[in-house]
Design a protein around this ligand. Structure first.
Ligand SMILES: NC(=O)c1ccc[n+]([C@@H]2O[C@H](COP(=O)([O-])OP(=O)(O)OC[C@H]3O[C@@H](n4cnc5c(N)ncnc54)[C@H](OP(=O)(O)O)[C@@H]3O)[C@@H](O)[C@H]2O)c1
Length: 254
């Protein structure tokens, strides 16, 4: 067996959307494991607070994306892994969904992540190696009311993951996605303070609990290392079984 199957030592890892929440947890874990980690996002203050090397980058700005990727390559000579984590959400009924909010969600979650992957893929294809890990959602495969624009954007992440995986597989660049279930972060902390919402998730998730960003680390290391060299185009659910099905209140003999 390759002893470096799960090693990230000295790998150059960029976490876009790495200043808070899921991205920050992944970035700090990879740093701890010996990777050279660069985080990017819009708020410099939050980036600085990670204590990691950072670039200010709004993924809705094409020049900022190109500058960020070029900066990482200039300083480190290569780019091994991109975690495409930047994402936003807005809840509103579909029949009156504000067009400006729809455009904002698409600009970050779809266009921004696509062009971050494109700029990173350019480097990786030339290197003939690389890993891109997108962040999908349970909305990639199923829906809940009130988040139709977000769901539309996360459906696109599934398609994008497969499209880029196919296009870059001949160049030894693997593109996969993690589809987190309900993970408590700044994006949704208020929502889960509501006992009715929390109770609904606990009843509907076979693992009977909300997730934490730490729950995503196993999948993150798998998809960013040699362990997944023959895995590409996959959307890996990390959701306590939410996508697989649900428990029901039937007692069975055991
Ligand atoms: N939490 C969940 O339950 C859950 C479930 C499924 C999927 N996800 C996905 O996981 C990802 C991270 O979510 P999270 O819960 O960790 O959210 P979060 O705590 O709100 O973090 C979002 C990150 O994205 C950055 N970001 C937002 N807009 C950006 C932009 N225009 N350009 C660059 N960076 C930007 C934020 O920093 P700045 O605001 O400073 O830019 C922050 O670093 C998202 O794609 C989300 O859709 C989350």
């Amino acid at each position: 067996m390759n002893p470096d199957l799960f090693s990230v030592k000295d790998k150059v890892v960029h976490v876009s959307g790495g200043s808070r929440g899921i991205g920050r947890t992944i970035a700090l874990a990879f740093h701890e494991a010996g990777a050279k980690v660069v985080v990017s996002a819009r708020s410099e203050q939050a980036l600085k607070a990670t204590g990691l090397e950072y670039e200010v980058c709004d993924v809705t700005n094409q020049d900022a994306i190109d500058r960020t990727v070029a900066g990482i390559v200039a300083r480190h000579g290569r780019l091994d892994v991109l975690f495409n984590v930047a994402g936003i959400n807005y809840r509103h009924a579909a029949e009156t969904f504000p067009a400006a909010k729809f455009d904002e969600i698409m600009a970050v979650n779809v266009r921004g992540n696509y062009f971050m992957a494109s700029a990173s893929g350019r480097v990786m294809v030339k290197q003939r190696s690389g890993k891109i890990v997108n962040v999908a959602s349970l909305h990639t495969t199923q829906s809940i009311q009130g988040v139709s624009a977000y769901g539309t954007s996360k459906g696109a992440i599934g398609s994008m993951t497969r499209a880029l995986a196919v296009e870059w597989a001949p160049y030894n660049v693997q593109v996969n996605a993690i589809a987190p279930g309900f993970i408590v972060t700044d994006l949704n902390r208020k929502l889960w303070e509501n006992p009715a919402m929390r109770g609904w998730v606990e009843a509907r998730t076979p693992a009977t609990r909300l997730g934490t960003p730490d729950d995503l680390l196993g999948a993150a290391f798998f998809l960013a290392t040699a362990a997944s060299d023959f895995v590409t185009g996959v959307v890996l659910s990390v959701d306590g079984g939410f996508n697989a099905g649900s428990l029901w209140p039937l007692e069975v003999p055991r």
